[in-house]
Design a protein around this ligand. Structure first.
Ligand code: SAM
Length: 278
């Protein structure tokens, strides 16, 4: 089993080395969990009921992502509620949150969109960092939107359901200072190579970007102009190998698209692209 805990921040709770905890660690380790101690600690922290804990350990050992099991994902300094089938936030996407900080040109009254928000982790991180910003989030998946709505109440952002920008009220046309689009960008043929926990749990629509992984980017780049304010920035993330084609896709749709600073590239080679009107 691949490690579903991609959070270095999960706090190891002070769990006495009880027989139940030791047994949970053994069960998780037998199931192939690389971070068995940390995962057992997260499970024990999320419930005090012995039966519920056993149920969660069994679900995790059977391959359910830890985030679904405990109902929480940690991302860019926030803890958001999550469950199946919402996309599990990836830490590399935190670079998009940092990029949104860098590209916005106004001091306050910034209007930001988390496009394809899943459970709304990016929106939550932006809302927490910038309480004065007006943060919106959209997704086409009703179940993901339900999680995002709950997270939106906690963190202060508004969630809309629908196909990309069509979900937004027309009052936001020409009003977005920053649109953050963490799109599906895995080429169809490579989805099978994703870690099993994610591949088995997340709907194809959350990760599969078509033949070269860039079909959602083509769609979004073609539709975004109407929604951005003058000087506004459209942000997305792609794999290093996709950068050249993604820049061309942006140019074909009338954008000046370029990689953000190298600080926003991660060890997996994911690159943040910033697009402004050419
Ligand atoms: C890579 S996930 C990113 C989720 C979230 N932004 C995050 O980083 O955790 C892509 C998201 O796009 C959503 N999506 C796919 N097709 C969509 C569409 N046509 N309109 C709106 N959202 C869509 C998926 O449901 C999924 O939540």
């Amino acid at each position: 089993m691949a490690a579903a805990v991609h959070s270095a921040n999960t706090k190891a709770v002070a769990v006495a080395e009880t027989p139940a905890y030791d047994e949970a660690v053994r069960t998780l380790r037998r199931a192939g969990c690389v971070f068995a101690e940390r995962e057992a600690a997260a499970i024990f922290a999320s419930s005090h009921a012995a039966a519920r804990r056993r149920q969660m350990v069994a679900a995790r050992a059977a391959g359910a992502p830890l985030e679904y099991v405990v109902g929480v994902a940690e991302f860019a300094g926030v803890r958001v509620g999550i469950g199946p089938p919402a996309f599990i936030p990836r830490h590399r996407a935190a670079a998009l949150v940092d990029a949104a900080d860098m590209v916005q040109t106004r001091a306050d009254a910034v209007t930001v969109l988390d496009l394809g928000c899943g459970c709304g982790a990016i929106a939550a991180a932006l809302a927490q960092r910038h309480p004065s910003w007006s943060v919106h989030a959209t997704d086409v998946d009703a179940a993901a939107v339900a999680y995002a709505r709950t997270n939106g109440v906690a963190f202060g952002f508004e969630t809309h359901e629908g196909d990309w920008f069509d979900a937004l009220p027309t009052s936001l046309q020409g009003a977005l200072d920053v649109a953050v689009a963490h799109l599906p960008y895995v080429p169809s043929a490579e989805v099978a190579m994703m870690p099993r926990d994610f591949r088995d749990a997340e709907p194809l629509r959350t990760v599969d970007g078509g033949t070269d992984g860039l079909d959602p980017w083509r769609t979004v780049a073609a539709r975004a102009a109407t929604w951005l304010a003058p000087g506004g920035a459209l942000l997305t993330q792609v794999a290093g190998i996709q950068v050249e084609t993604a820049v061309t896709v942006g140019a074909d749709a009338g954008w000046h698209t370029m990689p953000a600073t190298t600080d926003l590239s991660d060890q997996d080679g994911a690159v943040v692209l910033v697009s402004r009107r050419a």
